[in-house]
Design a protein around this ligand. Structure first.
Ligand code: HEM
Length: 469
């Protein structure tokens, strides 16, 4: 018997009761591994019902490209979920807002504001380099000791987003910076514990105390951001945006009409830069160091490449990126083997459409399993091995394999991709120029399985940091 519903011939999990029992295993695999296993049984496109929602799961790059690119417009919707509605004032953000003309305008504005501070000027590079410099002095101070990099990296990345969004730069122990980190962490933790229930309803029930905690953190967040927004309204100069809030305010005032970008939209965009930009980037940095501890010969090669191309007398710059193909490859390999977002944010069919030749009714949810795509043995030789060289051709030039989509693609591609790439490159090159990372005596190597919350993150580990001079 088939319960695959309106999707016609898409292979489906046999029946809801069976699915239910599969999904209620006592020690369930994290969703990306569970879906990868199901794809082995049902194929790269299968359907299931999560609650009342007819859902397709995509585990192969050709189908993913169809969803994200070729039919990107058809599949650009987002489901409405309890926790995200609470975080975003009912979808006044980018990531969780459903597709609409206003959303399109909003996304375009955010994108152009990012570009203004990104590729267009050296502003963003300087912001990141300052944060990297301050991170390096923190590390210099704990040379020789066992350190947990997580809080330091979080602080560095949070500082980047604070300067980008509202032009505040904080000293390491500034109470306002601590407040930003605390509420951000509170939101991430509660969402991690319960927010995924909307997507993977079998995981657990969202406890009320988490909901209360989420409300509290969101309210502290909004109070701080509202204060920043009001200050900016009084002081900004059209034509000379100091930061993202200025750029959004300028764009907002230029867009009078029925479909307005409201203060709520500006506020939720600012909030989302933290929500989407801090955990993802700092986690990728933590994975990078974890894999370097496991592969000291890769770290040696990175050191050698940096010494040869940059030297030690000046900080690395974005203009060095094209001369550091091995570093670039190592970062790509980290994002391949441990995508922080192993399952993309759910997409929704905006209209009746098709996928892989099967009819797909309007309202169908689509989960793209990027983990499966990044570990597909048809596209990757020994996919479980960490091998940066797979991103280099025979002459040592960087290549872009078609099966590598860590930021998604199409109308819903990550808005922060260029910022994220810039941060990863500058942070890692600055860190490796100055330091050698090793496993502390008597400690074991970091666990590489990770834990699936809002992002796929490594378990905490400690590291010994040695200056290279
Ligand atoms: C969406 C990856 C950093 C802002 C996404 C998506 C992925 C992703 C996979 C979902 C695409 C989809 O649903 O099809 C990453 C990775 C990052 C990173 C791997 C860092 C290593 C950032 C940063 C920002 C950001 C720094 C902003 C400051 C966003 C936003 C969306 C998004 C706003 C929603 C786009 C939409 O729904 O239209 N990101 N991201 N991300 N990301 Fe990122």
């Amino acid at each position: 018997s088939s319960s695959s519903g309106g999707g016609g011939s898409v292979p489906g999990l046999p029946s809801v009761p069976v699915l239910g029992s599969l999904l209620h295993m006592r020690s369930p695999l994290p969703p990306h591994l569970f879906f990868t296993r199901l794809a082995g049984r049902y194929g790269p496109l299968f359907s299931l019902r999560a609650g009342r929602n007819y859902t397709l799961v995509v585990s192969e790059v050709g189908l993913a490209r169809e969803v994200l690119l070729h039919r990107g417009r058809d599949f650009a919707g987002r489901p409405q979920m309890v926790t995200t509605a609470l975080m975003t004032r009912g979808g006044k953000d980018i990531a969780f807002a459903d597709y609409s003309p206003l959303w399109k305008k909003h996304r375009r504005l955010v994108h152009s504001s990012f570009t203004l501070f990104g590729e267009g000027s050296s502003k963003l590079q300087n912001i990141v380099l300052d944060a990297a410099e301050s991170l390096c002095s923190d590390l210099q101070a704990c040379r020789g000791q066992h350190v947990d990099l997580c809080p330091m990296l979080m602080r560095a990345v949070t500082n980047v987003v604070c300067r980008l969004v509202f032009n505040s730069s904080y000293r390491p122990h500034d109470p306002e910076l601590q407040q930003v980190m605390d509420y951000n962490d509170g939101i991430v933790q509660t969402i991690a514990r319960g927010g995924l229930v909307d997507i993977f309803p079998w995981l657990q029930i969202f406890p009320n105390k988490d909901l209360a905690k989420l409300r509290e953190c969101v309210s502290i967040r909004d109070k701080l951001l509202t204060k920043k927004l009001e200050e900016h309204k009084l002081t900004y100069t059209p034509g000379e945006p100091r930061d993202l809030l200025d750029a959004l305010l300028i764009g907002q005032s230029g867009s009078a009409g029925e479909d307005d970008i409201t203060d709520d939209h500006v506020l939720m965009t600012a909030a989302e830069a933290f929500g989407a930009g801090v955990e993802t980037t700092s986690t990728t940095l933590l994975w990078t160091i974890a894999f370097l501890l496991h592969h000291p010969q890769v770290q040696d090669r990175l050191h050698a490449e940096l010494d040869e191309q940059v030297g030690r007398d000046r900080p690395p710059a974005l203009s060095d990126r094209s001369n550091l193909p091995f570093l670039d490859s190592a970062l790509c390999e980290v994002m391949r083997i441990r995508p922080v977002s192993p399952i993309l944010i759910p997409h929704v069919a905006m209209q009746d459409t098709s996928l892989g030749g099967h009819a797909v009714p309007k309202g169908t949810r689509v989960l793209v399993n990027m983990w499966a795509i990044h570990h597909d043995p048809k596209h990757w030789e020994e996919p479980d091995q960490f091998r940066p060289d797979r991103f280099l051709d025979a002459t040592g030039k960087k290549i872009a394999p078609p099966s590598f989509l860590p930021f998604g693609a199409g109308p819903r591609v990550c808005v922060g991709e260029s910022l994220a790439r810039m941060e990863l490159f500058l942070f890692v090159s600055c860190l490796l120029q100055r330091f050698h990372f090793s496993v502390p005596a008597g400690a074991s190597l970091p666990d590489l399985q990770g834990r699936y919350g809002v992002v796929l993150q490594p378990l905490r580990y400690s590291v010994t940091v040695t200056p290279r001079h």
